[in-house]
Design a protein around this ligand. Structure first.
Ligand code: SAM
Length: 204
């Protein structure tokens, strides 16, 4: 059913579909919402945060065009579901979450699933400079600008994806760095994410 759901929405990348088939989404949602785990909408995970809808997770993952040895920085671990999808593809994943309770819960689930990732509780708008540069960066919360430290920590070539815009209306923005370090931006359509809150996310 997951496979058909994704393919009917245009997700074709086999690595992405296989990762979705291997990661049990129900582990990442609160018990009371388990019956809704596979519905295509965001669900509350407490602390005013959400686990993103499956289609958006799949779309952002597909747009990153991941190689299985890519080093990926994720900002906004949340439930840990997107983190798990990246790890299931085989990437080295570094994920930053600002809410300690969410990070702790995500860490436990990822360990249960034997997915090896590096997590830390911090302001992700500052990135994770110690492990930079990253081949790919995914930000799962929205701001009016892409935080400058994240652009600096992206390798050349490299790809960053993030919702950019005002509250309740953003554009899924892809920033690609060329091998010479020049950056180019494209848009992959509208989206709605919770706010990115931190030093390099002005206005949130
Ligand atoms: N990727 C998550 C998942 O699969 O469940 C969904 C993440 S939720 C839409 C956005 C997350 O970004 C929240 O958990 C929120 O606390 C976190 N966040 C917001 N600002 C942040 C920041 N500056 N640094 C790290 N995490 C942040």
């Amino acid at each position: 059913m997951v496979k058909e759901q994704l393919q009917s929405r245009g997700i074709k990348n086999k690595k992405v579909v296989d990762a979705f088939l291997s990661v049990p989404r129900e582990y990442f949602v609160p018990d009371i919402l388990m019956p809704d785990a596979y519905t295509d909408r965001p669900l509350s995970i407490g602390y005013d945060q959400t686990i993103s809808q499956p289609y958006i997770v799949a779309l952002m993952t597909e747009l990153l065009d991941l190689g299985s040895s890519d080093k990926v920085l994720e900002i906004g671990t949340g439930s840990g579901y997107q983190t798990a999808i990246l790890a299931a593809i085989g990437c080295s994943v570094y994920s930053v979450e600002r809410i300690p309770e969410l990070a702790e819960k995500a860490e436990k689930i990822l360990k249960t699933l034997k997915l090896n990732v590096s997590l830390k509780v911090d302001d992700g708008t500052e990135g994770w400079p110690e492990h930079s540069p990253y081949d790919k960066i995914i930000v799962t919360a929205a701001a009016t600008v892409i935080p400058q430290p994240l652009i600096e920590q992206l390798s050349s070539p490299g790809t960053l994806i993030m919702p950019v815009g005002e509250s309740f209306q953003q554009t899924l923005t892809i920033l690609k760095k060329t091998p010479t370090g020049k950056s180019e931006r494209t848009s992959a359509g509208g989206c709605i994410f919770v706010p990115l809150i931190g030093k390099y996310a002005p206005g949130n």
